[in-house]
Design a protein around this ligand. Structure first.
Ligand code: HEM
Ligand code: HEM
Length: 177
């Protein structure tokens, strides 16, 4: 039985972190596989609409996470302030930068294409349509790079938990009573 954990990041940071992880994985799976798995048609368009809708939702989550971490989000003491801590900080910064770039390219792409959401609302088509190819290319490339960095980040979190058996992963989990 674990005692009540009051040393964690707190409900809002933990909630936003796991919402980020879940949305990012779903967005990546859709972006990466929908064209390969589905023929052109209404189902494929609907799944792209899910990508765009969740993409806009995720944009709000990312802004909330960034603002929260810079303002009231709890700062926790550093366990070991050596090179591994600097590596962790650099990884977190890389995750934030990649997420921001991917969202920026995704939104620009959505407007350049004037995409439709479930055939109900369409975004206004803005800018040069020829940009859709490079925007999609860079959005996809950055999304794949994000997955590599996130895998490294996940491996590190699991090593803390199972190998070094410290509290680093536990403090990003919902507090248990
Ligand atoms: C971290 C969040 C996101 C991830 C991981 C992600 C991932 C992807 C991937 C892997 C692709 C396929 C790229 C390719 O074909 O090379 C894609 C396409 C696309 N994404 Fe995202 N995306 C994210 C957020 C967004 C957001 C916020 C928007 C804006 C609403 C967006 C709009 C688009 C558009 C317009 C396409 C091209 C669709 C098409 O080819 O018809 N994405 N995304
Ligand atoms: C796509 C998936 C993920 C993304 C984008 C992501 C992103 C982030 C970011 C940006 C931070 C820094 C938060 C801050 O201090 O401002 C963070 C922290 C953290 N993440 Fe993730 N994460 C993902 C998946 C995971 C997974 C799967 C695990 C666990 C297995 C995990 C465990 C942690 C832990 C333990 C921390 C806190 C580290 C510390 O206290 O220094 N993350 N994550």
């Amino acid at each position: 039985m674990m005692e009540r954990d009051t040393s964690g990041y707190g409900r809002i940071t933990v909630g936003l972190h796991w919402l980020t992880a879940a949305l990012v994985i779903v967005l990546w799976l859709i972006g990466e596989f929908v064209e390969d798995l589905l023929a052109k048609g209404p189902l494929r368009s609907a799944i792209w609409s899910v990508h765009f809708g969740l993409g806009f939702l995720f944009t709000a989550v990312l802004v909330a996470l960034l603002v929260w971490r810079q303002t009231k989000g709890r700062k926790l003491p550093v366990g070991d302030p050596g090179p591994l801590h600097r590596l962790a900080k650099t990884t977190h910064a890389a995750l934030y930068v990649l997420l921001t770039v991917i969202v920026g390219l995704g939104i620009a792409n959505a407007f350049v294409r004037g995409v439709s959401l479930f055939g109900v609302v369409s975004l206004p088509q803005l800018g040069d349509k020829a940009l859709r190819r490079p925007l999609t290319h860079w959005h996809g490339l950055m999304a794949n790079l994000l997955m590599v960095v996130a895998l490294f980040h996940t491996t590190a979190a699991l090593m803390h938990h199972y190998l070094w058996q410290d509290s680093v992963l536990r403090r990003m989990l919902p507090a248990r009573s």
